[in-house]
Design a protein around this ligand. Sequence first.
Ligand SMILES: Cc1ncc(C[n+]2csc(CCOP(=O)(O)OP(=O)(O)O)c2C)c(N)n1
Ligand SMILES: [Mg+2]
Length: 360
Amino acid sequence: MTAVAAIGATPSAPAAVEPLAYSEADVAAALGPDWTTTLLAAHRWITLGRALDARMQAYQRQGRVGFYGAATGQEAVNVAAGLATTPDDWIFPGLREQLVALVRGHALPTYVHHLFGDARDPAKGRNMPCHPTAREVHYVSMSSVIGTQVTHAVGAAYGMKLRHVPGVALAFFGDGATSANDVHAGLNFAAVLDLPVLFCCTNNQWAISVPVARQTHAATLAAKAHAYGLEGRRVDGTDYVAVHRALREALARLRAGGPPEMIEFLLYRMTPHSSSDDPTRYQPSDWAARAAAHDPYVRLERWLLEHAVLSPSAQAAARADADAAVRVAVEAAETTPLPPPESVTEDVYASARPAHSDTG
Ligand SMILES: Cc1ncc(C[n+]2csc(CCOP(=O)(O)OP(=O)(O)O)c2C)c(N)n1
Ligand SMILES: [Mg+2]
């Protein structure tokens, strides 16, 4: 069994955290005049993501949730994508982008109903936990088949272009997915057809137990875009300001009719791949310390506290509010019945009792 963070735990700040070396003027230039509002919102959302991840990993161990894939360490990308996109955009996620849906307006209790697979889960308990669908915020249910969401995103963008519908399709995929055909077909089609797609590669340096150095000999994953004639940039995915700026600027170029682009977010997977994984069997012993030094939450929080944008009492309130929101959502889910067995054929057959099931 793998250790998980205690519920609601304050992440212990390691001594050697890489500081965010920004002046306030730098941040204003990167994020615009509302930068304090943006950063405080980002801090609250990341706080919620941490509370959700800690609690759900513990609940999975208690047998209350069937499966969970944490996004701990990757929240800067998710939250910035949620804040930088507009309702017109479409999100085609991998395993760890649920916060994007929440930031875009998907209700936390609805997401938690999905995690518990109860009668109020929009997918009626039929999808694996952590594979939500959030139609109202253009968040498309992920497929567990690695990389397939990338061609889906490109197809959606092609449809948007043909119909003259505004918006950008954001395709999220991991470092491991860059070895999958769909990523390459997607990059190529998007380039040739000049589609509004932003390829967002979350390089957390592991594809379950395979380190990125055994995935590719390329110096960066962003370089994969260059082969298809596209712009590809690598960004520090644990630096909230850099991530938000990169997304904001790329989305602005795409909205102005620019070609598709790829951003590689270099970050650290701070948790097991999923609740089915034990990274102590393959990660080097210093990995956790290296990852902790690049914790995007601690890096952002330290900068906010040092620049008096966040007060210690607001920091404590953000944690308490996040923990309470998760508790309330869990209570609602655990008191909601499971979907009725007869609902299993809803949305599948025209009638609840398909003819071929009638043995009489
Ligand atoms: C086509 C396919 N091959 C293999 C798997 C098994 N598998 C599930 S997750 C995973 C690793 C994914 O790594 P990465 O793309 O880096 O994403 P991460 O989980 O690190 O976010 C693999 C190989 C799969 N689901 N689909
Ligand atoms: Mg990975």
